[in-house]
Design a protein around this ligand. Structure first.
Ligand code: AMP
Ligand code: GLY
Length: 421
């Protein structure tokens, strides 16, 4: 098979390394890719949102499977564009990717189908939202921009004043652009968070092994929210009992709800869950693999990922047995100093072996560039240093050992991945 991966982060590098394990691969391309990806696949300089160029490239290069990994091109209909051109593509169509692209859509879906989630109100007008907050003394609460905002459009507010300011920031100052035309104000929930990615063909849903993301920039969950500073798999809070409850009350009902709405979801559906004192509830859906969840989940996948892609696209997932390694994994993200706010790019990196010079570790590249035999930083999250181990402690020790052998000026990483709630 000739394959085109679309995206440029650590998630895409993890997908590429997994695809390379398949005996079915002939040529593997990635657009636009990154420095590390360029060592494993042929990188193609096409911007991630350029549907026309992607489709033309796929036609010219006899692509058998296009894999659309990031949220923006999915929401913009890149899978639809490939299908219209007769090219098989992995990922939801735009009418299903909306489950991530609009929080108003996803909250209303959950309400309509009785899927457990935080109580909420929707507003399209800041004055009404502010009046509602004051009348209901609605704190603590969470104010969310409706649309895609790079994971940043969610503001946790301890007081009504904070919430009023959050509404103004999103709806009046338009800090997150048009994604803040509508907002959701939610009840504040507590409990450990769990990420469960799943494969679904629109009818059958097969959850992958669970994971836990560490979203805050600094140790002890301090600092700003980021795209994710590290992950472990499995998630210790995701017991068999909770997994069963999630399957019955959340995963199957969501996939059935999307089908009923005429928006069958095919691809990877990501359930962001909180295990509250009243049971598991959905915090968010994503229409794609998580980043850096993919970096810990995919190394545990033992079934050929291309067979899974075929089963998802052909609606035959029920017939496929998907196997997972029982070995835990851990991923530590090395970021540029200053991330998630401003940071420098183009800094030379050292110690860049493929396995971080540690047996059982893999260095997934997120924001890197490769030139003249050297790697340079090229983004906020730079690397996802991942390891497998007989135990979680073992995996963490190996990941941190590899992190210790890599250096670049300003490098920042959390030292407590796998250790906090
Ligand atoms: P989201 O982008 O919706 O996943 O939100 C980002 C993060 O904000 C989540 O991972 C949670 O840590 C937090 N969060 C979102 N919604 C809530 C909520 N209703 N209650 C408590 N925390 C939340
Ligand atoms: N790590 C969270 C996400 O991919 O949305």
């Amino acid at each position: 098979m000739n394959i085109l991966m679309i995206g440029s982060g650590g998630r895409e590098h993890a997908l590429i390394k997994k695809i390379l394990e398949s005996p079915r691969v002939d040529k593997l391309y990635c657009a636009p890719g990154n420095g590390g990806i360029s060592r494993d696949a042929v990188t193609v300089d096409i911007p991630v949102m350029d549907k026309e160029k992607m489709v033309n490239f796929a036609k010219e290069n006899a692509i058998d499977l296009a894999f659309v990994a990031p949220d923006d091109p999915l929401a913009d209909g890149m899978v639809d564009a490939f299908e219209e051109a007769g090219i098989r593509a992995f990922g939801p169509k735009a009418n299903a990717a909306i489950i991530e692209a609009s929080k108003v859509f996803s909250k209303n879906l959950m309400k309509k189908y009785g899927i457990p989630t935080a109580q909420y109100e929707v507003f399209d007008d800041s004055e009404k939202a502010i009046n509602w907050l004051k009348e209901n003394d609605a704190a603590p609460c969470v104010v969310k921009a409706d649309g895609l905002a790079l994971g940043k459009g969610v503001l946790i507010c301890n007081t009504v004043d904070d919430a009023v300011n959050a509404v103004k920031t999103i709806m009046e100052d338009k800090k997150f652009g048009a994604s803040g035309n509508n907002i959701v104000i939610e009840e504040f929930l507590t409990g450990p968070e769990v990420s469960v990615l799943s494969f679904t063909d629109g009818k059958t849903v097969k959850p992958m092994v669970s994971s836990k993301d560490h979203k805050r920039a600094y140790d002890n969950d301090e600092g700003l929210n980021t795209g994710g500073m590290g992950t472990i798999s499995p998630n210790p809070y995701y017991t068999d009992e909770i997994a069963k409850q999630c399957m019955d009350e959340i995963f199957v009902p969501t996939v059935n709800a999307m089908a009923k709405e005429g928006r069958p979801f095919k691809g990877c559906l990501y359930f962001g869950l909180m295990i509250t004192p009243k049971g598991p509830k959905v915090i968010e859906y994503n229409a794609r693999f998580g980043d850096p969840e993919a970096q810990v989940v995919l190394p545990r996948l033992q079934t050929d990922i291309l067979d899974i892609c075929d089963a998802v696209i052909d609606g035959k997932l029920a017939e496929l047995e998907i196997e997972w390694s029982s070995e835990p994994t851990a991923c530590v993200v090395m970021a540029s100093g200053g991330y998630p706010e401003s940071y420098k790019k183009g800094i030379e990196m050292f110690g860049m072996d493929e396995n971080g010079q540690v047996d059982g570790a893999t260095v997934y590249h997120a924001g890197t560039k490769y030139a003249d035999g050297k790697f340079y930083t090229n983004g906020g999250r730079v690397l996802g240093v991942t390891a497998k181990g007989a135990t979680l402690d073992d995996a963490l020790a190996k990941a941190y050992e590899a992190v210790g052998k890599i250096s670049f000026e300003g490098a920042h990483y959390r030292t407590d991945i796998g250790r906090t709630k």
